[in-house]
Design a protein around this ligand. Structure first.
Ligand code: MLT
Length: 338
């Protein structure tokens, strides 16, 4: 009897395998929500993904980008992907942190100091570990990394060169505790606001300023509503392409590999875009009338206040001080102690 059962299970498994082999995988058109507009770093990653996906699948699969928050706020798209009603989303990592706190290590102020640091961290074991954490915590898998550049401060009211100059400014931040606390360490209480509402918030002067990289400021045409830029460089913005884990698990192994390989190509497309375009885009902002300045004393006051107040507060949520030290070691920086 036992033997019969085993045999019938084996036969069933063989028929499923035969059926799987005989059934061609279904062509997919992945829907990708993109928080930013055309011309952005996010779009460069998205286009890199679409191109590689089509090439690697021999034209069987494609993907469509829905730019400029058409499919909802960046944080909402994480929920949608988690439940499988959205395939993919391209969004800033700070908008994933509320769902998977360990990725907050990439949002801690003044941890990542260059594009090369960002590449080392995201493409190495730390990036792999954070990818696994987002699957477990948030039901989404990171398949590509966008390198958008340093988040610089913009505002419509006055030049900002020192921490004291921030006084009186209402600054929009994402709904992200680390970023809120960073501004608090500089003496002001920022206004958390969804990315999809930010342009209108700046235009109607509900808020005076915000921070994002040059490429984002340009793509979103913030120069129409902002005048002053301060290169505070406190966060190097990393903006992953995520896929719904449910959708990913529904793909054949071959298609999963195609998606992962296309993700790697998209990451490279993003790095190339930043290296080739950032200086040109900074000049466009100047030509559009923005005044760009550096903070006094190499930003030291901003750095000291933020690292002293914010790093220790988030050790626990990022997985302990040892996680921060692993990140610092990976980019050749000295460890911190309690
Ligand atoms: C934000 O400020 O919420 C994000 O950085 C926006 C973006 O994805 O560019």
């Amino acid at each position: 009897m036992k033997m019969f059962k085993t045999l019938s299970t084996a036969v069933a498994a063989a028929s499923v395998a035969a059926l799987t082999l005989a059934t061609p995988a279904i062509a997919k058109n992945f829907k990708i929500a993109v928080g930013d507009s055309g011309g952005s770093s996010q779009e460069a990653t998205g286009l890199g993904f679409v191109k590689a996906l089509e090439e690697l699948s021999g034209g069987k699969h494609t993907a469509t980008l829905f730019l400029n928050g058409q499919l909802g706020s960046e944080q909402d798209t994480v929920n949608e992907a988690a439940i499988g009603t959205l395939d993919m989303s391209l969004l800033a990592i700070n908008n994933i942190t509320p769902f998977s706190p360990t990725v907050g290590v990439f949002t801690l102020p003044y941890v990542i100091l260059s594009l090369e640091d960002a590449e080392t961290l995201t493409q190495g074991p730390i990036g792999q570990e954070l990818t696994e954490n987002t699957i477990n915590d948030a039901g989404v898998r990171i398949i590509a990394w966008t390198y958008t550049g340093f988040r610089v401060l913009t505002n419509s009211k006055k030049p900002v060169k020192s921490v004291a100059d921030l006084e009186g400014l209402v600054i929009r931040v994402p709904k992200n505790e680390i970023m809120i606390d960073t501004y608090k360490s500089w003496g002001i209480s920022p206004t958390p606001m969804a990315w999809s509402e930010t342009f209108a918030g700046l235009q109607t002067k509900v808020v005076d300023g915000q921070d994002n990289p040059y490429t984002t400021i340009n793509a979103m045409k913030f120069y129409e509503v902002q005048k002053y830029v301060t290169n505070i460089r406190y966060i190097f913005s990393i903006e992953p392409l995520i896929i719904s884990e449910q959708v990913f698990q529904g793909l054949s192994e071959e298609d999963q590999n195609i998606v992962l390989e296309a993700g790697k190509a998209a990451t490279q497309a993003s790095a190339t875009f930043l290296r080739e375009k950032e200086a040109e885009i900074k000049q466009i902002l100047i030509d559009q009338g923005m005044e760009i300045s550096d903070p006094e004393n190499n930003e030291q006051e901003f750095i000291d206040l933020a690292t002293a107040a914010v790093w220790p507060k988030f050790y626990e949520s990022i997985g302990g001080i040892e996680k921060l030290n692993a990140v610092l070691a990976a980019i050749g920086r000295d460890p911190v102690s309690e």
